[in-house]
Design a protein around this ligand. Structure first.
Ligand SMILES: [Zn+2]
Ligand SMILES: [Zn+2]
Length: 236
């Protein structure tokens, strides 16, 4: 990758590696792709770590979504801001971030409510493959567009995300661990604290101990929430 005179790739098209899914159920192929610069409200991120969530697998298998292939999946990751559009004021190049598929506009009734963060503007839709900003893609390969996934598309060395779908994190947090906060950990902890509202002294059964189940078992630890203590019985 060539650097411009500022020692940065800002404003340039970046060529990098990505795992491209060419068709439903077809194996991913590591390809050299082009990633366009972010528009005014967008952020381009160097993805340092990403993991595979079962939602990636489930949507990859849906043949009815053939119209959004080729596609770059991935929605559970961490990375570093490479460049950003001129209207993004809460981030800067070099920030450590987590892309999130559930964006928050910050001003709709759901974003202002304490009961939900299911934003009315950033609606999660696995069938959507375009950036909401201009209904186009930022990825291409040999001139052909590659569709996005969940607005995050983290199975790429670089991705472009709307700034409402980016969370800045403490740079001392290890990126290889916090990438799991983007989906699995948030899902498990949220199930305990937000959905089930598990109370102290409750007995809880966890079905399955993958990333989500383990996050459920961790939800009472001081780092997540100090007030909650409950007894867990494992049932497998
Ligand atoms: Zn997920
Ligand atoms: Zn909103």
């Amino acid at each position: 990758m060539e650097l411009n005179r500022m020692g940065s790739t800002a404003g340039q098209v970046i060529t990098c590696k990505a795992a491209v899914a060419w068709a439903p159920k077809q194996p991913f192929v590591i390809e050299d792709i082009q990633v366009a610069p972010p528009l005014a409200s967008e952020v381009r991120i160097k993805i340092t770590h990403t993991s595979v969530c079962h939602t990636d697998v489930s949507v990859w298998q849906i043949k009815e979504l053939v119209h959004v292939f080729p596609r770059i999946f991935g929605h559970e990751a961490a990375g570093i801001v490479e460049s950003l559009g001129e209207s993004v004021t809460d981030l800067q190049a070099g920030d450590h971030v987590i892309p999130i598929f559930q964006g928050e506009c910050g001003h709709c009734s759901c974003c202002r409510s304490s009961k939900t963060n299911l934003c009315e503007e950033f609606v999660v839709n696995p069938a959507e493959g375009l950036m909401m900003t201009d209904r186009k893609t930022r990825f291409s390969i040999r001139g052909q567009p590659i569709f996005h996934f969940m607005g995050t598309s983290t199975f790429s060395e670089f991705t472009v995300v709307h700034h409402a779908q980016v969370v800045k994190v403490d740079p001392s947090a290890p990126l290889h661990s916090i990438c799991l906060l983007g989906c699995g950990v948030a899902t498990g902890v949220g199930a305990v604290l937000k959905t089930a509202k598990v109370e102290a002294e409750s007995s809880v059964a966890i079905f399955g101990l993958g990333a989500v189940g383990l996050a459920v078992s961790e939800a009472d630890k001081s780092g997540w929430n100090n007030y909650l203590e409950f007894r867990i019985s494992l049932q497998v």
